[in-house]
Write a protein that binds this ligand. Structure first.
Ligand code: TRP
Length: 335
């Protein structure tokens, strides 16, 4: 037998009908790769999606669609534990415990909360949005992972997670593994097609290419991507961010090195270049989209995957909760 593999946990919100290539090429390809070397737990965090306005029918469908897309891009339930957060009460249980060791000011310093609540106004921001990072910490610490792959924007939430784990361990005895943050590597940062100074985001549909987009939609979005008043392709992130982003997309879509890709397209006219980028994206996305559609057409198979995932997750999560409650001095039932 080989030595036990290190454990990885990550999560993604089911807030859209489709992930975009920023999610895919940025973070999710790393999830796929990690399966070969780590014991991976991947969670669709539907409870987090309740922190903003949501539509009950849509979230149910989007949770299934998220699982379908994860499987379609290559997450293999035979290798990884794929599950839905709300299927395990332990997430909410640990979140409560952690909220009782989080300072109010400490939570109030989270920049993502500050940004979102500033945008929406204090009255429309919920307490759930405020405690979002604590639920995230619970998602992580329940599974005792050594590594957590996340985007750069999640760094502060991971720092909080580590602080809470250390604080709990120091106060009540060793209970949680202190996880390392693994941030996504360099040139896979994909930007908005309409505004290449911003990260690609679901809230800018014309600036994002979605996994579930039709071939036509993909072609149109790439052709109308913002470039600059030059005519010839060259790789210059500062002076030509739109072109540099398209080169990054081409490299990611073809699994190629970005510098080699940049050299290969250097000097092309913008029209021919965009055609090449669009075709490469279609070639990469089409089989994944088709696979996801097939999985969604037979939801019983997906349900089976997430039920098996919940069972595997439960074994780890329930042990952590039992240990945690015991350390806290709660009177166990039946003891
Ligand atoms: N907040 C994360 C994001 O928006 C999603 C998330 C929730 C998560 N729980 C997690 C990521 C646990 C990693 C681990 O990307």
């Amino acid at each position: 037998m080989s030595a036990a593999r290190e454990r990885v946990l990550s999560g993604i919100q089911p807030t859209m009908d489709s992930f975009h290539v920023g999610n895919w090429f940025g973070a999710l390809t790393q999830w796929v790769d990690l399966q070969e070397t780590h014991d991976c737990f991947y969670c669709v965090v539907d409870l987090h999606a309740l922190t903003v306005n949501h539509d009950p029918a849509a979230i149910r469908q989007r949770t299934l669609a998220s699982v379908a897309q994860l499987l379609a891009i290559g997450i293999d339930p035979a290798k990884s534990t794929v599950f839905v957060q709300s299927h395990l009460a332990e997430h909410s249980q640990l979140a409560w415990v952690l909220s009782c060791i989080t300072g109010f000011g400490e939570a109030a310093r989270m920049t993502q909360f500050k940004d979102k609540s500033q945008k929406d106004g204090a009255d429309r921001s919920t307490v759930g949005l405020f405690t979002y990072p604590i639920l995230q910490a619970a998602d992580i610490l329940l599974y005792q992972p050594t590594r957590v792959p996340v985007g750069d924007d999640q760094r502060q939430h991971l720092e909080l997670t580590r602080d809470l784990a250390q604080r709990f361990n120091a106060t009540y005895g060793d209970t949680f593994t202190i996880p390392e943050t693994m941030t996504v590597v360099g040139n896979s940062r994909i930007l908005d097609l309409q505004d290449p100074t911003a990260k690609m985001s679901k809230s800018s549909p014309s600036g994002a290419v979605f996994i579930m987009d039709s071939n036509d939609q993909i072609m149109k979005k790439i052709k109308s991507a913002v470039t600059d008043s030059d005519r010839e392709v060259s790789f210059d992130v500062t002076a030509k961010p739109g072109i540099a982003n398209l080169i990054g997309l081409l490299a990611a879509a073809t699994n190629a090195d970005i510098n080699a890709t940049a050299a290969a397209v250097s000097g092309l006219g913008y029209g021919a270049f965009k055609q090449q980028v669009a075709e490469a994206l279609v070639a990469r996305i089409e089989p994944v989209r088709t696979e996801a559609q097939q999985l969604l057409a037979e939801p019983a198979g997906l349900t089976q995957v997430i039920e098996a995932g919940a069972q595997k997750a439960k074994i780890v999560a329930s042990k952590t909760i039992t240990d945690t409650y015991q350390r806290l001095g709660l009177l166990g039932s039946g003891s």
